[in-house]
Design a protein around this ligand. Structure first.
Ligand code: NAP
Length: 253
């Protein structure tokens, strides 16, 4: 149970982030929901049991991250649990990957995780404990064609996870990555639409192709990712740090 814990979830309004927010709230945590869209964050905050807050920020912008975390701390105290979930996935063959696309993928997926972790760390150290959970991807554990920038950024998230886990191992703070395979959210829906537009395949065929990469031959559900996060946030996972937990039907082993 997470009563008395303040959990901040980035990218909380939709998809995996919303499932994590619902799950941590059901465990009794007080939440700060971070995202770029105020209306959708408010709608989720109203739906959750308990009293929760929102902060609007682009995680790739250092000034916005600083202001958002200062506000979260002022309103609900030290963040005990940080879930770095916000992310974006754009695809392109490497020869057509512009420097802008490359930098966008690194900025949101990797630098955003760095900035948010740095914003909570001094306060977790002062409090003598905390949990950081980074929603990476199987793209942190293996390569995929046509998404080099995203895959490079997610591999970076895993490197950051492992290094920071060692740095704070004696401070009561654990740092782990959860690595979903293809999961039923807008990111996957956009990728399916992209394949349909590029290849002329039907939506069903495109989705089946994504599911075929999973040995269980199915798409992961956001709740399955949230359940792994819930476990990592609990007292029972105190010895688990620096890990990459693959939630992918065995796609990575
Ligand atoms: P999603 O439904 O598209 O949600 C992404 C969330 O991230 C949204 O809430 C979005 O908020 C937020 N976000 C994006 N850029 C942001 C920024 N610059 N600043 C603040 N918030 C930002 O995608 P999802 O599938 O739930 O993805 C969640 C995480 O899981 C990502 O890190 C993704 O890489 C990872 N993942 C997804 C899959 C998959 O197949 N779905 C697989 C492996 C890993 P706004 O409302 O502001 O747009």
């Amino acid at each position: 149970m997470l009563h008395g814990k303040h959990a901040l979830v980035t990218g909380a309004a939709r998809g995996i982030g919303a499932a994590i927010a619902r799950t941590l709230a059901a465990e009794g945590a007080t939440l700060t929901l971070l995202g770029r869209n105020e209306a959708s964050l408010q709608a989720l905050a109203r739906e959750l049991p308990g009293q929760h807050g929102i902060v609007v920020a682009d995680i790739a912008d250092p000034g916005q991250v600083d202001a958002a975390f200062a506000r979260a701390r002022d309103e609900r105290g030290t963040v005990h649990i940080l879930v770095n979930n916000a992310g974006q996935a754009e695809s392109a063959p490497l020869v057509r990957t512009s420097l802008e696309l490359w930098q966008r993928m690194l900025a949101v997926n990797l630098t955003g995780t760095f900035l948010c972790s740095q914003a909570v760390l001094p306060h977790m150290l002062a409090a003598g404990g905390g949990r950081i959970v980074n929603i990476a991807s199987t793209a942190a554990q293996k390569g995929y064609a046509y998404v080099s920038a995203y895959v490079a950024a997610k591999h970076g998230v895993l490197g950051l996870t492992r290094s920071l886990a060692l740095e704070v191992a004696r401070k009561g703070i654990t740092v782990n990555a959860v690595c979903p395979g293809y999961t039923d959210t807008d990111i996957l829906r956009d990728s399916v639409a992209n394949v349909v537009a590029r290849t002329g395949r039907s939506e069903r065929e495109a989705l089946a192709e994504f599911a075929a990469g999973n040995p269980q031959a199915r798409i992961v559900q956001p709740q399955e990712v949230a359940d792994a996060v819930r476990w990592l946030c609990g007292d029972g996972a105190a010895s688990v740090t620096g890990q990459a937990i693959s939630v992918s039907g065995g796609e990575v082993m």
